[in-house]
Design a protein around this ligand. Structure first.
Ligand SMILES: O=C(O)CCC(=O)C(=O)O
Ligand SMILES: [Fe+2]
Length: 361
């Protein structure tokens, strides 16, 4: 007979929520109790489950771009083409030292391996800074079904602020990861901008394209019934650009714009997965696509990922760029305060691409 919740230390779902969400054990703690059945609140509606037979039935694959190609125009073209057709691509030979990537992955494991009391210092209730938050799922209070993921989210303000408030155990590695990735991020944004007639990343464009940075350390522990739940539900990012470091486990799936199929993003050692976020879709008046993606839960392996969300400044007003509208195009998005847009995203559960409709004219 399949094990049920009653064969574990929990006698009802409320006790699970208390253990995972309120006591700060996260799904990692739950997984480590040896729980054999998925608690009810993690069971996703049928249509949200990424059952294997619906994926990988396709030979579509997101582009892999070699940034060391001496013909820079070719690199720029490949980046812009992928941003229009896929909204997603991987980059290799990107110039970020591989040891920086290894170090931030190790730091992520170290943080999540801390005792609960240590991690709990960074929950919403306890954290000494609103820019540092340890949590689970996406928005447990707004969600009908929870997601099988824990995270530490770090909004970068300054080195001094990080020194004061970020967890010691992963601070330096995360700061180094941000710092060493900046050059690549700038290059990618320059390529994307040029193709939109943005001649240079001056101060105004910099604050729109890369005015603020958030890094998440994500932990997806082994799940007892991975087919019934998700690591992350369908969503698009609110960033201008996301650069994501994943380990060798896999599980990230992207919705193909061409076919509607869910396409796996295979781990490529030393690469970054790059995706266009909603802010860039809006700034480009829909030319670059912020595409739905989600993460499968895994029954055999723990997985980590470390996305850097490159965002507009919270106080920026985002809307189709003048350079884009100058060619006579009708704007399809209205001007909107970026912090309002982000607040709207976090107020609800993941719901695919619906956030961007909020900015539609
Ligand atoms: O873990 C991943 O591969 C993707 C995570 C993600 O989509 C996100 O944090 O927005
Ligand atoms: Fe995402």
């Amino acid at each position: 007979m399949a094990p049920t919740l009653s064969t574990t230390q929990f006698s009802n779902p409320a006790e699970v929520t208390d253990f995972v969400v309120h006591k700060g054990n996260g799904v990692k703690g739950l997984s480590e109790t040896g729980i054999k059945a998925l608690p009810d609140q993690y069971i996703q509606p049928f249509e949200e489950r990424l059952i294997n037979k619906f994926v990988n039935e396709t030979d579509e694959a997101i582009p892999v771009i070699d940034m060391s190609n001496p013909d820079e125009n070719r690199v720029a073209e490949a980046v812009c083409d992928a941003a229009e057709k896929w909204g997603f691509f991987q980059v290799i030979n990107h110039g970020v030292p591989l040891e920086v990537l290894d170090d931030v992955k190790s730091a992520t494991h170290r943080f999540f391996n801390l005792p609960v009391e240590e991690k709990c210092k960074f929950t919403k209730e306890n954290s000494l800074s609103t820019n540092v938050r340890f949590g689970t799922s996406f928005s447990p209070l707004a969600e009908k079904a929870l997601e099988w993921k824990d995270y530490l989210s770090l909004f970068f303000v300054s080195e001094a602020e990080a020194e004061q408030f970020w967890p010691d155990i992963c601070r330096n590695e995360t700061l180094e990861y941000i710092d060493k990735s900046k050059k690549m991020v700038r290059k990618l944004l320059e390529y994307l901008g040029k193709n939109l007639n943005v001649k240079e990343l001056d101060e105004t464009k910099e604050s729109l394209f890369m005015g603020s940075i958030r890094v998440n350390l994500n932990y997806y522990p082994i799940c007892p019934n991975p087919d019934l739940t998700v690591g992350v539900g369908r969503h698009s990012d609110v960033s201008s650009l996301t650069i994501l470091l994943q380990d060798q486990i896999g599980g990230l799936h992207v919705r193909s714009l061409a076919s509607g199929n869910w396409v796996h993003v295979p781990p490529v050692p030393g690469s970054f997965v790059i995706n266009i976020g909603d802010a860039m879709q809006i700034l480009s008046n829909g030319r670059y696509k912020s595409v739905e993606h989600r993460v499968l839960a895994n029954g055999n392996n723990n997985r980590i990922s470390v996305p850097i969300f490159v965002n507009p400044k919270p106080e920026s007003v985002i809307g189709p760029l003048p350079e884009v509208i100058a060619n006579g195009e009708e704007p399809i998005y209205r001007d909107i305060l970026y912090s309002d847009y982000v607040r709207y995203f976090f107020r609800k559960a993941h719901d695919g691409k619906k956030t961007v409709d909020y900015a539609k004219i």
